[in-house]
Design a protein around this ligand. Structure first.
Ligand SMILES: [Zn+2]
Ligand SMILES: [Zn+2]
Length: 197
């Protein structure tokens, strides 16, 4: 680092410390004191604004991180599941209940898993394992699984059934993967919505 040269201007009496490059306009200026980093009041104002923006952005990023760390893995699982279920219901919008084949407008429709999320966590987010299902089949007939199977076989064929009826080792998704799934299925849902419009 070059040594600081203190020079006194003979006319004004001001002490010039060093030649510096202005942080804003990049022009050279004489530094009066070691804290000065800009050449004139105009650049000083710009510099202050930039600093303030940086401060605010940093604060916002920190708040976002704080919220994130408060959300537990369960929250991420719920978000991913709701994005996935929303996608399934939209994909199957014009389809009947996978089990009882009702088209009734008076019932609620869910996204019903063929292999349950409890028994096959690896198929939890697999779109071939989850179809639109009426609330009564989903809640009260625990999936109405026999009819579900008959209709799914008709729909997908034996190859997919073989895939779905295998047993898989339990799957533990981390927060990043769950976040990614939520993004993907929200996007896929929007694509279908556009198709149905
Ligand atoms: Zn400047
Ligand atoms: Zn049903």
């Amino acid at each position: 680092m070059p040594a600081k040269v203190a020079l006194q201007d003979t006319l004004t009496g001001l002490v010039f410390m060093n030649e510096k490059k202005c942080k804003v306009c990049k022009k050279a200026f004489n530094q009066f004191n070691s804290l000065q980093v800009v050449c004139d009041p105009k650049c000083a104002l710009k510099h202050a604004r930039t600093k303030e923006k940086e401060r605010v952005n940093k604060l916002k990023a920190k708040q976002k991180d704080d919220v994130k760390s408060l959300l537990t893995r369960k929250n991420y699982m719920d978000k991913a599941q709701s994005a996935f279920n929303g996608y399934i219901r939209t994909r199957d919008l014009v389809e009947p209940c996978i089990s009882c084949r009702t088209y009734s407008q008076d019932v609620q429709y869910h996204a019903g898993h063929f292999r349950t999320t409890k028994s096959q966590s690896g198929l939890r987010f697999h779109p071939m394992n989850c179809w639109k299902q009426c609330a009564s089949c989903n809640n009260h007939l625990s999936g109405n699984i026999l009819k579900y199977r008959v209709n799914l076989l008709k729909k997908l064929g034996q190859k997919w059934m073989d895939f779905l009826e295998k047993d898989y080792s339990p799957c533990h998704l981390n927060i990043e993967q769950l976040e990614r799934l939520a993004v993907i299925y929200r996007k896929k849902k929007r694509l279908y919505e556009r198709r149905f419009r």
